[in-house]
Design a protein around this ligand. Structure first.
Ligand code: AMP
Length: 307
């Protein structure tokens, strides 16, 4: 009987939310978020969280939709995190349009957009959890963007601490980031499931990215060489079983021959631990990074990966 009354109480308290969804809240202060989120915990509602740097596109929105499907409440953060940018990178000019982002998120029916300032997040605390997974952070993007993944772990651990999500959603586009965060969550013994979502592409195959707005028409066309070579590598390794060394050599040359494009890296690695591989006899990630003008773009393809 007591249980029935408990359930009735819960149903009555949730009823207004189900019948009349509450408007999305824009929250800037950590304390305000904590206050609002008390009611989620009281009603045992699951929290889905999508951390972003804003200037949202369909890739971000695919994560938001997945979070919406799998959770009772959805929180999206918009925070351009200074500590993951190097001194010569584009932190200052990273594209921002909060008004447009808020409009898009409102249409997705999310519950809270969390938009803290740098001071609100870091204050005087500049401590960083040191990622223990050195094998994951010292290669690919970690090699060319020194300190990048330390900054990523710092902000994501802080945001997880505030939001306390049951599930957090990340894109395969940043596959190395996904692996690093999943490892960090294990290390810190956090109770958050880290979910990876597929890469959303433009019609011509270019991976969607906030940075694509920097590209002029001609640069945009040139940038397609990266995805073309990722597919070529998949075909040469997966179907023809060529050694990865030969595949990488061929693809690098093709990218380097493309005017307007500078190659950062093109590699084929074990999808589980990012170790080097000689053939495609285990799940692999084919990953590349290029610079087109001043714009750095990354992309990857997984082969034989089952999650
Ligand atoms: P960002 O705002 O660039 O930090 O990205 C926020 C999240 O969106 C990260 O988990 C990214 O991996 C993900 N994301 C970015 N671009 C795409 C895309 N084209 N498809 C799917 N997810 C993406």
């Amino acid at each position: 009987m007591v249980l029935v009354i408990e359930y009735l109480n819960l149903f009555v308290s949730l009823c207004p939310c189900i019948l009349f969804p509450l408007p999305m809240k824009l929250v800037e202060r950590i304390l305000d978020y904590c206050e609002i989120s008390k009611s989620f915990k009281n009603h045992a509602q699951s929290i889905g969280f999508v951390p972003t740097m804003g200037f949202l596109h369909k890739g971000h929105l695919s994560l938001v939709r997945r979070a919406r499907e799998e959770n009772d409440v959805v929180i999206v953060s918009i925070f351009v995190n200074p500590t993951q940018f190097g001194p010569n990178e584009d932190f200052e000019k990273y594209p921002r349009d909060l008004e447009r982002d808020v409009d898009l998120l409102e249409k997705e029916g999310i519950d809270i957009v969390f938009v803290p300032s740098v001071d609100e997040i870091y204050g005087r605390d500049r401590s960083r959890p040191v990622p223990t997974c050195k094998h994951l952070i010292n290669c690919l993007c970690g090699k060319s963007r020194h300190g990048h993944f330390k900054g990523v772990c710092q902000i994501v651990s802080k945001l997880f601490d505030i939001v306390k999500p049951n599930r957090a959603y990340f894109g395969q586009k940043d596959y190395q980031q996904f692996l690093v965060i999943r490892e960090m969550v294990k290390d810190l013994k956090l109770n958050t499931e880290v979910v990876m979502c597929p890469i959303i592409r433009e019609k011509d195959g270019l991976a969607m990215s906030s940075r694509n707005v920097y590209l002029a028409e001609e640069q945009r066309r040139a940038a397609l060489v990266l995805y073309r070579m990722l597919k070529e590598a998949r075909c040469r390794g997966g179907i023809y079983a060529f050694p990865t060394k030969d595949i990488v050599e061929y693809c690098k040359k093709e990218i380097e021959n493309q005017p307007l494009v500078t190659l950062d890296y093109f590699e084929i690695r074990n999808a589980k631990d990012l170790s080097k591989v000689k053939t495609f006899d285990c799940p692999v990630v084919i990953a590349g990074a290029i610079k087109v003008g001043e714009t750095r773009l990354i992309d990857n393809i997984l082969v034989g990966y089952r999650g």
